[in-house]
Design a protein around this ligand. Structure first.
Ligand SMILES: NC(=O)c1ccc[n+]([C@@H]2O[C@H](COP(=O)([O-])OP(=O)(O)OC[C@H]3O[C@@H](n4cnc5c(N)ncnc54)[C@H](O)[C@@H]3O)[C@@H](O)[C@H]2O)c1
Length: 381
């Protein structure tokens, strides 16, 4: 397999460093050809240490013929424009999550990748987590049967230091939203990767405590075409922090965390249990018992994402998360935001123009777009 030459853009930021390490770790498949960041001082210093070329603008990277892959570790409001430019220059793109800020931008990225016949991969490394892989295997093998209900939650705590750590954070203009769009994508991607996309979405997204104009407390409910129901909660005013997923099916149920999985199997299928000629479930002999599951050891880091990306470009593996799959969590994020501000239920796929108009309004309003609990939406109808 021919080695791919990578340039990591946004290289000196929090996640850029993981991508640099990920490329270096995959010596047989990838080469770090350079790093790019608008922070010239940090970028030069880092490039010197790594003994690679430094770039201070994407345009300079895209002019380099021998660069095959551009990794986007820049803030997500830049992803769409940078990805489209990279595809036009004939590069493959490995893009950090969320893939963009609006579904319309994500559509453009997917179309540009297809037009250029170049690969687009979205960095959802949690899909590689051994417990997530096990849950996927159980669901795909039909072990839990038809899914009736799902629940997922991410709770975390953010302080003012986090929101002040970079100018782009905590604003509609700079971050495209708040906790939901920047910190909940892994939760949502994992959920919809496991169980598929719903048809209808109702959301509330509010600023409960943080001193920002964007959401810090979000709840949403979903309905599936087959009648299944779901709910998620995402907020950064919570301790202890953590992520969890619950999936309830006809034959069994799964309780998933990033570091554990529990699998319950019912001795009778739920659709049969409800027809039993007994007044109550208790005493019917129906039980759901926990089964031991064998989880293979493994990691879910950026090095493995880079490895998969190289193999997917060579046609030797399926892309861990393509653009078409990466858009799923963004579709939900935009739909929740739309539902909350417009006070409407949303049918997916989300109306691209309606979301663009709302988002432009939120950016324009800035601090006035803050939606305080129990107050009417700041957007006039
Ligand atoms: N996969 C994960 O687990 C994970 C974790 C954290 C962040 N992220 C995502 O990674 C992205 C970056 O987040 P971060 O926390 O690393 O942000 P950050 O602010 O720490 O880093 C962003 C970097 O991009 C640089 N930059 C800005 N504009 C640029 C431009 N035009 N050209 C080149 N460089 C530019 C900045 O100087 C900075 O060094 C976000 O989309 C975020 O959601 C993903």
């Amino acid at each position: 397999m021919k080695k791919l030459n990578f340039v990591v853009v946004g290289a000196t930021g929090v996640i850029g460093r993981n991508h640099i390490a990920g490329v270096i770790e995959n010596k047989g498949l990838a080469k770090l050809a350079g790093i790019c960041d608008v922070n010239k001082e940090k970028c030069s210093l880092e490039a010197k240490k790594l003994k690679v070329k430094s770039y201070f603008s994407m345009e300079d990277v895209l002019r380099e013929k021998e660069v095959g892959v551009v990794t986007l570790a820049t803030p997500h409001p830049m992803h769409a424009e940078q990805a489209v430019a990279a595809f036009k220059a004939g590069k493959h793109v490995l893009c950090e999550k969320p893939m963009a800020v609006t579904v319309e931008q994500a559509d453009r990225m997917i179309a540009a990748s297809k037009k250029a016949k170049r690969k687009l991969g979205i960095c959802f490394q949690l899909r590689l987590c051994p417990y997530v892989k096990k849950a996927k295997e159980l669901i795909d093998k039909g072990k839990i049967g038809r899914i009736y209900r799902i629940y997922a939650e991410i709770g975390d705590i953010k302080t003012a230091v986090y929101y002040n750590s970079a100018l782009w954070r905590g604003t509609w203009q700079g971050e495209g939203g708040g906790f939901l769009i920047n910190n909940a994508p892994h939760l949502l991607d994992t959920l919809f990767y496991l169980v598929g996309m719903p048809k209808k979405v109702w959301g509330i997204s509010r600023t409960q405590l943080q001193d920002t104009e964007v959401d810090d407390a979000v709840s949403a409910i979903f309905e599936y075409p087959d009648g299944g129901q779901g709910a998620i909660m995402a907020n950064c005013n919570q301790l202890p922090a953590g992520r969890r997923w619950e999936i309830y099916g006809d034959k069994g149920s799964i309780f998933l965390k990033s570091d554990s999985i529990r699998f319950f199997k019912h001795n009778k299928m739920i659709h049969e249990v409800v027809k039993l000629k007994v007044a109550k479930h208790a005493g019917s002999g129906v039980v759901s018992s926990e089964r031991k599951v064998n989880v293979l050891p493994g990691k879910s880091d950026h090095a493995l994402v880079v490895k998969n990306f190289c193999k997917a470009v060579a046609g030797k593996e399926k892309m861990l998360c393509s653009g078409e799959e990466g858009i799923m969590s963004l579709e939900i994020i935009n739909a929740i935001t739309y539902s909350s501000y417009a006070g409407e239920e949303v049918t997916l796929p989300l109306d691209r123009k309606k979301y663009r108009d709302l988002f432009n309004k939120l950016k324009e309003m800035g601090p006035k777009a803050k939606h305080i609990p129990l107050q009417p939406s700041p957007i006039e109808k």
